[in-house]
Ligand binder design. Structure first.
Ligand code: HEC
Ligand code: HEC
Length: 249
């Protein structure tokens, strides 16, 4: 994953004629200012106003955008989204616009934003058309559904659920994500630029996958349609094969 690739979306936003980023930064300031001062000078503090700075990149309902890098937030468990906002605030995940936006926001505020996006149910994008060979797709499917015993990689569905919608309170769904986003996240775990609460099971898993495995998994996942009822599995309904600090059992 080249840095150019990661930053391209930001350049697109910066180049947008609407001055979208200024608007976002503006509303981020409003958000943090409104929060820092109690008693507050009453600007309308609705959830819509709070998330206005987020929607240019994540869509009005957190559905993500056509951009190949901005992830879907809608319907992911609130605990997962909250953990990510903390990860950005505390530097365990790095993407400068995200790090900047949440710097001054309190836990409580972030929790409310996480809850808001977890409750959104916009439609899922049409599954991607595979742009890799059938052999690669089959390899991806195999890892997701069965893992790779030789490499001690557990099946992804063991934790992310058989319908890939994640599990409460803190395992995200993997449907509706772009392949570039998925590979970038697995790459970030391998290089250490994305970290989760210890023990970081995704770091362990990602470092056991080769580059080819990562591409195969990302390609197959992105071709999967969302199930009829795309809600995360109930907490503790799956016994995770490795310990994950963000999903204590
Ligand atoms: C300039 C575009 C941009 C803006 C504005 C933005 N985000 Fe993000 N956000 C991203 C990108 C890109 C990522 C993925 C970054 C990475 O880890 O590589 C991301 C990741 C996230 C994640 C983690 C998603 C996941 O599935 O792991 C959450 C949660 C999130 N953003 C919430 C927000 C909230 C809340 C706001 C508003 C306060 C916001 N974002 C504003 C671009 C943006
Ligand atoms: C032992 C349980 C477990 C297994 C097995 C597992 N995951 Fe995860 N996964 C997690 C947890 C927990 C998180 C959330 C980590 C965090 O808080 O950042 C996660 C997060 C992710 C994310 C980030 C999603 C986003 O929106 O940013 C991706 C991508 C991912 N996993 C892919 C995979 C793939 C591919 C496999 C199979 C090779 C897999 N996972 C197997 C537990 C697991």
């Amino acid at each position: 994953m080249s840095p150019r690739r990661i930053f391209r979306p930001l350049f697109r936003v910066l180049a947008a004629p609407s001055g979208a980023l200024l608007l976002m930064i503006g509303s981020a300031c409003v958000m943090s200012a409104a929060h820092a001062q109690t008693p507050q000078p009453k600007a309308p503090d609705t959830m819509e106003a709070r998330v206005q700075g987020c929607t240019a990149c994540h869509g009005t309902h957190g559905q993500g955008t056509d951009n190949d890098y901005f992830p879907r937030l809608a319907g992911k468990p609130a605990g997962y989204l909250f953990n990510q906002l903390l990860n950005f605030r505390e530097g365990r995940r790095k993407y400068p616009p995200m790090n900047y936006l949440v710097t001054y926001l309190s836990d409580d505020y972030l929790k409310q934003i996480a809850t808001f996006f977890s409750q959104q149910r916009p439609p899922y994008p049409t599954p991607a058309k595979p742009n890799v060979s059938d052999t690669v797709l089959a390899r991806g499917r195999d890892i997701v559904l069965h893992g790779d015993a030789g490499k001690q990689v557990p099946a992804c569905v063991a934790c992310h659920g058989s319908s890939l919608t994640g599990m409460e309170p803190a395992i995200p769904g993997l449907v509706g994500l772009h392949p570039d986003y998925i590979s970038a996240q697995l790459g970030a775990w391998r290089s250490g630029s994305r970290r989760a609460i210890e023990p970081d099971c995704m770091h362990t898993i990602a470092t056991r996958l080769s580059d080819e495995d990562v591409s195969a998994v990302a390609a197959w996942l992105s071709t999967q349609p969302a199930p009829q009822n795309p809600v995360p599995a109930p907490a503790r309904s799956l016994k995770t094969p490795l310990a994950c600090g963000s999903e204590p059992q």
